[in-house]
Design a protein around this ligand. Structure first.
Ligand SMILES: [Zn+2]
Length: 154
């Protein structure tokens, strides 16, 4: 019972925090721009409203070729194929981005503290980054495949 109460209080606290942060989030939303006029409704929902695509829905989960992953909105180069790994989560996952490719902000949606990352160039949402990744960086960039365009290296 005590545990549940603590959980409940934590949830209230985080909801309150997200309300306080709302103006900042709105300000941040205003920095996002559409570069790619061909974005689908689902892509826009993820990039501009921070929706999440269904797990295991992205064909990029199975992409194993050498190459680079670019922002589907502005085309900025974000990840190299040698940083991609199979996290078993159903979303394309990476251990490392190109330096300066992303900016992050703390996200309190669903009462959980997570680190959201977005394209440093155009501002659109890409996913969340966690500290449980493999290798040196210990990072796991959990990416929405719909936000990425893969360009194989020739
Ligand atoms: Zn971008």
């Amino acid at each position: 019972m005590k545990y549940i109460r603590r959980k409940f209080l934590k949830l209230i606290g985080l909801s309150y925090l997200s309300a306080v942060l709302l103006p900042y989030n709105l300000l941040y939303s205003a920095t996002k721009k559409i570069f790619n006029k061909d974005l689908s409704g689902e892509q826009k929902n993820i990039m501009f409203n921070e929706y999440t695509e269904r797990p295991y829905s992205s064909p990029l989960n199975h992409e194993k070729r050498k190459g680079f992953f670019h922002c589907a909105n502005c085309g900025a180069k974000l990840f190299a194929s040698n940083t991609k790994f199979d996290s078993g989560t159903g979303w394309p996952s990476f251990t490392k981005s190109f330096p300066g490719a992303f900016k992050t902000k703390i996200d309190y949606s669903f009462g959980v503290k997570r680190t959201e990352y977005h394209c440093a160039n155009c501002g659109v949402h890409h996913g969340h980054v966690f500290d449980d990744g493999p290798g040196e960086t210990k990072k796991r960039f959990c990416s929405n495949g719909l936000c990425l365009i893969f360009k194989p290296q020739n």
